[in-house]
Design a protein around this ligand. Structure first.
Ligand code: F6R
Length: 244
């Protein structure tokens, strides 16, 4: 638990940078799992600063994003492709070919195969070294809404009403928010060697308490992280305020 988000992200960014540099020293690549939404924005800002001011290179990094809205083109203003470009990829030296984000603009009959290919690519790259997560008020990680099982893999999912309401402002109205998304599964996330779940602000306090203190259940997918041997909840005092 940190006093505020900026102190918290400095710590996480430092650990990620150390891990990337250690791999560089061995001439090996590093696989980073990334999230979107407002939560990781200050983390990406800090990584960009480290790239500009401290010479942190992402040349050996391969990234896999958690999710993308289904049925929207990558150039859509609210696509996660666009978000990642604006917040991170346009400002660092990660080669284009090493960036992976689930495709939202695939035909429905091709989604299953695309999801399988995504899983296979993660595996072919040696698995995810560090996965960054946010948490939704439904308890989702990625877009694994309540009802997602602990062994779920990358797939097409239906977004929860609360998640769509939370996204309504960005999309200028709930009716514009996609109903479906493609997301890595809980099982995909659990396979990452290290997980950082970040959460800031009072609005996340209840869901953080339930995820950390209640028994793991499908109705709150983030609670499955309790069974991960190397998962960290990185919180500010407000999001930690309901913890006993
Ligand atoms: C985004 C994602 C979601 C968000 C969550 C929190 O890639 O996977 O799980 O992390 O909805 O969103 P924010 O950070 O906007 O509160």
């Amino acid at each position: 638990v940190f006093e505020d988000a900026s102190l918290a992200v400095c710590e996480v960014a430092k650990e990620i940078a150390e891990a990337i540099r250690a791999r560089q020293a061995e001439g090996k690549s590093f696989v980073l799992g990334l999230a979107t939404g407002s939560t990781p924005v200050p983390l990406y800002r800090e990584l960009v600063r480290m790239h500009r001011e401290e010479g942190l290179s992402f040349a050996n990094v391969t990234s896999f994003n958690l999710d993308e809205y289904f049925g929207i083109e990558s150039r859509h203003p609210e696509s996660y492709h666009r978000f990642m470009r604006e917040q991170l990829f346009d400002h660092i030296d990660m080669p284009e070919a090493q960036i992976n984000i689930p495709q939202g603009a695939v035909a429905r009959e091709e989604v299953f195969e695309a999801c399988q290919a995504y899983e296979e690519k993660i595996e072919a790259c040696g698995g995810i070294d560090v996965q960054i997560l946010g948490i939704g008020r439904t308890g989702h990680i990625g877009f694994n809404e309540p009802g997602s099982g602990p062994h779920s893999r990358t797939r097409l999912v239906t977004l929860d009403r609360l998640t769509r309401l939370d996204a309504a402002r960005d999309f200028q109205g709930e009716h514009n928010v996609p109903r479906y998304a493609v997301t890595m599964g809980v099982g995909t996330i659990m396979d990452a060697r290290k997980v950082y779940l970040l959460a800031w602000g009072r609005s996340k306090a209840e869901v953080i308490k339930a995820a950390v203190e209640d028994a793991p259940v499908e109705s709150l997918p983030a609670s499955f992280l309790q069974a991960h041997s190397n998962a960290y909840f990185i919180l500010d005092t407000a999001s930690a305020s309901e913890l006993t």
